[in-house]
Design a protein around this ligand. Structure first.
Ligand code: SAH
Length: 225
């Protein structure tokens, strides 16, 4: 007979090993990564990152590294997800967030776990299909769209938060137009000299920008596949 503690959590993708590995990842994010926001740490402790990649890579899911998810794309490094999420919610949990670049769906799952109404756009249909399956399997309510997300997703705008998870040399004005008053936009931006993680806040109609440091993301590309 299979003991209950082995069969039941496994069925939900919350195996003992994975939960322990996740707890260790959270401790590293806290001690070495300087991530302080308990809301972010709790969400990342809950979401089974190993389910957002091929089984062949799942044993590496809780290392602090980006991993391939197919179609030449990657699931972002846990520290980057933590830092971006922390930056996005620092001035208050946004009610509604738009993500550009669903990829594996992990970042969107972390946002949904925070209780944020999450909208996510992805240009590669194959990746989006896999991400949708994961959301369904985990019972997460993430609204998705197959499109070039550089101009956002006007239908549900404005958003209290916008998070871009692919790097561009510049962002489209349309994206800023979809940011609500008091809202926060986080995006990797940069060209030849490397990308910086930038944050804008719309305060009293003005856009305030701050620089959160150097990052490396796959490129934000035009069109759909
Ligand atoms: N947030 C993702 C990161 C995936 S990598 C995760 O948690 O796994 C960035 C993703 O952005 C890739 O899947 C890539 O296909 C997508 N992307 C790049 N340009 C895009 C665009 N213009 N519109 C929508 N998605 C885009």
């Amino acid at each position: 007979m299979t003991p209950r503690y082995l069969s039941k959590p496994e069925a939900r993708g919350l195996g003992m090993t994975s939960q322990r590995a996740r707890d260790r990842m959270i401790e590293r994010l806290r001690s070495e990564g300087g991530i302080r926001d308990e809301r972010v740490l709790t969400a990342m402790r809950t979401v089974p990152r190993h389910q957002f990649m091929d089984e062949a890579l799942a044993s590496r899911a809780y290392e602090d590294t980006a991993l391939p998810i197919g179609c030449g794309q990657t699931i972002s490094q846990p520290w980057v997800v933590a830092r971006m999420t922390e930056a996005l919610i620092e001035h208050g949990l946004p009610a509604r967030v738009l993500e550009v670049g669903t990829g594996s769906g992990y970042q969107a799952a972390v946002l949904a776990s925070l209780g944020v109404e999450t909208y996510s756009v992805e240009r590669i249909e194959e990746l989006l299909r896999a991400a949708r399956r994961r959301f369904r399997h985990l019972g997460l309510n993430v609204r998705t769209r197959h499109d070039d997300g550089r101009a956002g997703w006007a239908e549900y705008a404005p958003y209290d938060g916008i998070i871009v998870t692919a790097g561009a040399t510049a962002l489209e004005p349309a994206l800023f137009d979809q940011l609500a008053e008091g809202g926060t936009l986080v995006a990797p931006v940069g060209g030849g000299n490397g990308q910086r993680l930038l944050r804008w806040r719309r305060v009293a109609g003005e856009l305030l920008q701050d620089d959160l440091g150097a990052v490396i993301f796959v490129p934000l590309l035009p069109g759909t596949l």
